[in-house]
Design a protein around this ligand. Structure first.
Ligand SMILES: [Zn+2]
Length: 214
């Protein structure tokens, strides 16, 4: 059972359909793993419906594409990516090991989801057990959902289903736990800003990648 959940404001935006697709994908995938938030979203939807009933003129946003019920139904299908819950699994299309992984640094690779125009903002991260990510801050909000394995940083320990929330005030250096590969879905409002020396080198490499069109 997840211990770290998305902010209530995200669940409310998700329930009334106003959340951006990238964050909605992360929240919906968390819901597949978290009965607590599924109940919360259902309660928010009921409250929203009651408000609409009281005031016929109230404009209620469209229902989310992915209801908890639909998520649960589809998650029962057995596929190569059975460990990846819907709706994320549908966005991948291929088994995790066969995705177009891009090395970021020793022990860490990423797969930007092609469905999103700002590709770097929505990606899978794979971090080898025990690896430390470079120290970094964010220009916007970063949400990280753990799909497999675990990691920890100064704010706590995150295991499967947990959502870590980092705002621009957080300068952190997550470290993957031992045992198995740490697989996460990360959604960022703005690119992360690396801070340490290694970070400066990787930032430079990223700029070069952009210049050569990768
Ligand atoms: Zn939750």
């Amino acid at each position: 059972m997840p211990q770290h959940h998305p902010d209530e404001s995200l669940l409310i935006e998700y329930a009334n359909g106003s959340l951006h697709e990238a964050k909605a994908l992360l929240v919906a995938t968390h819901l597949a793993l978290c009965p607590v938030c599924r109940r919360a979203v259902a309660a928010i939807e009921v409250a929203g419906a009651a408000l609409a009933f009281e005031d016929a003129a109230a404009q209620v946003g469209p229902m989310p594409d992915v209801t908890a019920a639909a998520v649960e139904t589809r998650a029962t299908a057995v596929e190569p990516n059975a460990q990846i819950p819907e709706p994320l699994r549908g966005y991948l299309g291929r088994p995790v090991p066969e995705l177009g992984w891009v090395p970021v640094m020793a022990g860490m690779k990423e797969y930007p989801l092609p469905a999103f125009a700002r590709r770097s903002s929505v990606r899978l991260l794979a971090i080898e057990p025990g690896r430390r990510m470079p120290r970094h801050t964010h220009e916007g909000l970063e949400l990280t959902l753990v799909l497999q394995g675990n990691f920890r940083d100064a704010s706590g320990a995150y295991a499967k289903g947990d959502v870590a929330t980092a705002d621009p005030s957080v300068d952190h250096q997550p470290q993957a736990g031992g045992g198995e590969l740490c697989l996460c879905l990360a959604v960022e409002d703005a690119p992360l800003k690396l801070t340490g020396l290694k970070g400066a080198l990787i930032n430079a490499a990223g700029s070069v990648r952009k210049l050569v069109g990768r």
